[in-house]
Structure formats: C-alpha cells, structure tokens
Design a protein around this ligand. Structure first.
Ligand SMILES: Cc1cc2nc3c(=O)[nH]c(=O)nc-3n(C[C@H](O)[C@H](O)[C@H](O)COP(=O)(O)OP(=O)(O)OC[C@H]3O[C@@H](n4cnc5c(N)ncnc54)[C@H](O)[C@@H]3O)c2cc1C
Length: 556
C-alpha cells in the first residue's frame, strides 16, 4: 500500500494519473507527509550508520580530561560528539570549576561569584543554542561607584548609533565626575592598541612592563588611571595596575571594550550557571556516552616506555588513556606537578611554579526588605587600596529571586587577599557598609541570610613577566594537552570564552592525533575594524623597516 502511494505520487508530476485524483490537495498533503517520514527514516539510518562508523573508529580511543570547568567540559563535549570514550575527572564535589553553583543548606542557590557573558562570547552563545537552552537575561546596563557615589553609567552600546571604534566607547559612556581633559589623556594610549596585535612577539614585548608603567609612559592622567583604568584592571584581570602585565592589560581591554562598539555589552545567567547551563550540558555529554565523575582528584600521570601518557592516577585508582587533557587552573596544575614524579622531570612543568593565582571573595546577602538598586550590575573602586568589587541585584537577574520579599545581592571582591582572613561576621558587616555607601537604602535593611565563599588563589594572575612561563595547548609529552583560561592561544578571547575555546582546541588536537578528521567549529573573534587593520599594517611595516637597519640593542 505504502509503495503504491510512492509510485503514484512520484514528484515528476507527469506520472500522476489525473483521472484517479479526486482531491488533489488532500492527496498531495498525504504525499508530503509520507515523503517527510521516509526522509526522517533515511536520516535516522544515516545518523546510525555514521555514529556506528565513528564509534568503530573511536571505541578504542580513550581520553581522560581532568577538570570540569568551562575548558574541561568543552573538551569532553567535543570528544564525546566525535565518538571517543571520554572520562572527565573533577576534584570538587560539583562540576563547573570557578563557575560551579550549588544549593545552600537552606536550599538557596549560591555560586562562587557571578559571571557575565560579554557580547563577543560567540562560542558560548553558539553552544547554548546548540543545546537548545535559553539561560540568559537580555543585555543589561551597568554602573560604577566610588565612596563619593555614582561615577559612571554605561548604555547598551549596540543600541547606540555605531561609530568607528573606540569613538562609541568614549562618547556614549556617561562619566558623572571625571573631567573631559582626563578622559582625553587616554588618546595617546591608542598607539599601544595598534601596536599590540596579540602575536607572540607583541606579548613578549609588552609582558614585562606593568600596566601602571604603560599608562604612565603614554601620558594617562593620574585621575583617569585611578578612577577608570585601575578599576577596570581590578575586575578584568583581578589585580591592581602595578601587578598586571601590560600585554594582558591591552589584550583584555581590547577584547572586552575597544575592538568593536558593542563588545562591552553583557548578559547574565537567569540563575546559577551550574543549574542553567552545566546541568543540561553534562546530561548531553552523558547521553553521548561521556562519563563525568566528581570527587576525583588527579595527582599523577603515567607514561609508557616511549614517554607517551597512558593514564592518570587519582588516589588509589588509575584511569587508562590514549590521550590526556589537563583542564585545570594554574593553582590546580601546580599542585599536580608538585606531587608528580613524572611531570617534575619536565622544565616546562617545573617552571609553572613561577605563576600565581589571586584570591577572590564571593558573598551573597539576603536582606529583610527590597532596596531599589538602580542598575543590576555595578563595579566599585576606591574602597580598599588594591581590591576591586562588584555587586549585582539578583532580584533583577535571577528568576529564583524575582518574587523574593527582600533584596538578594551578590557582592564579589577581587584581589581580596586581606579580606579572606576576616570572620564571616566581619565580612558581612563590611559588605553591608560598602553597599550602603553606594546605595543608601541598604543602611536600614537587615541581613537575614548569607553565603560567604573564599576562593584562594582561584583566578589566574597575569603578572608582569608571567608570559614566558605560560604554556601553549601542546606539551612535550606527545599525547598530553592543556586547556584553560591561562593557556596561550591566538584566538584572542578571555575568561570563560577563552577557557571554553581552549577546551575545543585541545579536543581537536587529540582527534587529529587519532587521525579523526572531525573538528569543532570554533568561531574566531570578530575581525578588527578596517581603520584598525590599516593602522596595524602601517605600524608593522614601519616596525620591520626600523628593525632592518637599527641594531638589536635595546630592551624590547
Ligand atoms: C568571582 C569571579 C568572577 C568572575 N567573573 C567572570 C565573568 O564575569 N565573566 C567571565 O567570563 N569570567 C569570569 N571569571 C573567570 C572565569 O570564572 C574563568 O575564566 C573560567 O571559569 C575558567 O575556567 P577553566 O575551565 O579554565 O578553569 P576552572 O573553572 O578553574 O576549572 C578547573 C577545574 O579543574 C578542577 N581541578 C583542579 N585540580 C584538579 C585535579 N588535580 N584533579 C581533578 N580536577 C582538578 C577544579 O576543581 C576545577 O573544577 C570570574 C572568576 C571569579 C572567581
């Protein structure tokens, strides 16, 4: 019966015997449905054949990924999609790394700091689309406070008429106090933006200079540095200017603020990233056959007689592998190397001892009443000498707290070394006082609950001179790869997006080693605007001309 229909309604039209057709429209509809069903059966068979072919190729290929942050999860997902036998080992009780979220004893959602997703995070935005998720708020406006009150308000830059970069950033940002002459003193700094093209050579040239020296050298006013650039460094690189590499400073500022007018626009998760993104993502990895195991702290690597990685050690257990990816933070890898007889034999891993992490403090306070917070995301400076902080109105950002009777405020402190030893009570009192300085309505409000999370040495410190010790995604162990937000990559992204991208890059390297042609579709960062490209070409040509007749004599 089915076949007869197919013959009868062959798409060549002429074969339809018109006399037999009583209700052509009805029958054509039936025909369409039938063809759709046949196509879906064919697609199903094709996918099954492709997956079984892929798994035949890859069943023997075991990959162990260490660390379930953005980087490790990105790598594991890509490998599972390619049909590899992938096991992701995470030391902590929850996946997510720095972005992990969990429930407090009272059943309230908490996380180790709130995370923004900036306009250029194309790969993360593409991932959530692929997973069919809708985790984000609309783009939000933000402001900046000092002990003197409101200092800056930022618009949603993509809604303003588009201007060649960096004009939009300068013109549309509303400074409440900073005089125009201070803002104009940033202009000479544009040369460094042109000169620093994210190449290895540019990193080497700028990395040993501190951000403070860079700004001084280019004539930035003391007030612009104190009230604008340093606060950006404290929240972007988690350290004050004298402790940040100038290379990392320009790279970060260009990516988040200067490359294109909308780059500073940001969205937030409508709950914890753990709940909104990682939970369904891990479920997908598991559906694809991947294993995600928590509470598994890796402490060594096992090599075979040819010096190739053949497994990892995790306490009493060993996990065999044809390829290993380490997706752990700087402090995480330093700990592995310190306890590993194997990795300790390699200078590149021993040299990691020269890198450092930065302390962060994440607090969440529940108040007894709603206080009106003008904008949902806010950065603050000038409260402590070398600490920057941000606060977020979670009633406005998180679905869970929309109808809460009192305000729920996340307040995160970066470069918080001197705050970590304080007791929880002292921290709550400090946060409350600082919040009330910015938004006086908090003075009368009472704190009814709190979450205090101390992240020791948690985030990467891009210190001056650190670039020489950072590692690329490949290592001198043939089948051992690295990923994470501190890895050298020429992609150009930062933070969560960089971690995720380096995870995909690591997976691609493993697959290439196995001779599997499947590759992640990594979206490159948006190209430089034309005038920047032109200025960079002129600058590179001038540089190489100068180099051809000047002696190689001066410090870079
Ligand atoms: C308070 C705060 C706010 C931030 N705000 C933002 C923001 O707004 N936007 C943004 O993009 N980024 C932000 N970041 C940075 C962002 O969190 C990181 O860049 C990103 O999460 C790094 O991901 P990762 O996978 O490289 O590393 P991690 O998240 O550090 O993951 C590494 C994982 O490895 C595990 N691990 C370590 N050692 C071992 C071992 N021996 N065995 C097994 N597992 C191990 C760790 O437990 C961890 O889960 C913020 C960070 C903090 C702390």
């Amino acid at each position: 019966m089915g076949m007869a229909w197919v013959k009868e309604f062959d798409r060549s039209g002429d074969m339809i015997k018109k006399s037999q057709l009583k209700d052509k429209a009805f029958e054509l509809k039936l025909y369409d449905n039938l063809i759709k069903r046949l196509h879906s059966i064919q697609n199903f068979q094709r996918t099954r054949t492709k997956r079984s072919k892929m798994s035949q190729e890859n069943t023997q290929k075991k990959v162990v990924v260490v660390g379930a942050g953005w980087a490790g999860l990105g790598a594991a997902y890509q490998l599972a999609k390619a049909g590899c036998d992938v096991t992701l080992l995470e030391a902590g009780p929850y996946p997510g790394g720095l972005v992990a979220g969990w429930k407090s004893e009272e059943g309230r959602s908490v996380e180790g700091g709130i995370h923004g997703f900036w306009y250029p995070y194309s790969n993360i935005f593409s991932l959530v689309k692929e997973l069919g998720l809708d985790p984000f708020t609309p783009f939000t406006r933000s402001s900046q406070y000092s002990p003197a009150g409101l200092e800056v308000e930022s618009p949603i830059f993509q809604n303003e008429p588009r201007l060649p970069t960096p004009l939009g950033t300068f013109i549309y940002t509303r400074f409440k106090r900073l005089p125009l002459e201070d803002r104009l003193s940033a202009l000479p700094l544009l040369y460094s933006i042109i000169d620093f093209d994210n190449s290895d050579e540019a990193w080497r040239r700028y990395d040993k200079v501190t951000a403070r020296e860079l700004f001084k050298q280019f004539g930035v006013s003391a007030r612009l540095y104190k009230e604008s650039f340093e606060p950006m460094l404290l929240v972007g690189l988690f350290a004050p200017g004298e402790q940040c590499s100038a290379a990392a400073t320009i790279g970060m500022l260009y990516y988040f603020i200067l490359a294109h007018q909308p780059d500073f626009d940001v969205v937030w998760c409508r709950g914890t990233v753990g709940e909104k993104i990682f939970k369904p993502w891990i479920q997908r990895i598991e559906e694809l056959g991947g294993k995600v195991l928590t509470g598994k702290r890796v402490n060594d690597l096992i090599l075979d007689e040819n010096g190739k990685a053949k497994g990892v050690v995790c306490g009493e257990e060993t996990f065999e592998a044809d390829g290993v990816i380490l997706g752990v933070s700087v402090s995480g890898i330093k700990k592995i190397v310190a306890g590993s007889k194997t990795l300790n034999n390699y200078p590149e891993f021993r040299n990691l001892s020269n890198l450092g992490g930065i302390d962060v403090l994440a607090t969440r306070l529940w108040f007894d009443r709603k206080v009106n917070v003008p904008l949902p995301s806010n950065a603050c400076f000038g409260f402590d000498r070398t600490t920057g902080w941000t606060f977020f109105d979670l009633n406005a950002l998180h679905d869970e707290y929309k109808d809460e009777s009192g305000s729920v405020i996340e307040t995160d402190f970066y470069h918080a070394n001197q705050l970590l030893p304080m007791s929880d009570e002292e921290i709550v009192a400090k946060v409350h006082k600082d919040l009330a300085t910015c938004v006086p309505g908090f003075r009368e409000a009472k704190v009814v609950d709190r979450s205090i999370i101390r992240v020791r040495q948690g985030v990467t410190h891009f210190a001056p001179g650190s670039y020489q010790y950072l590692l690329p995604g490949t290592t001198s162990i043939d089948n051992l790869y690295l990923c994470g937000d501190w890895i050298i990559t020429n992609h150009g992204s930062w933070s969560q997006e960089k971690a995720y991208v380096t995870g995909l890059e690591a997976a691609d390297r493993v697959l290439e080693k196995f001779g599997i042609s499947q590759k992640a579709s990594i979206i490159p960062v948006e190209a430089d605007e034309l005038h920047i490209q032109l200025a960079r070409t002129i600058n590179t040509t001038a540089r190489s001309l100068l180099k051809s007749f000047l002696p190689d004599f001066w410090l870079p």
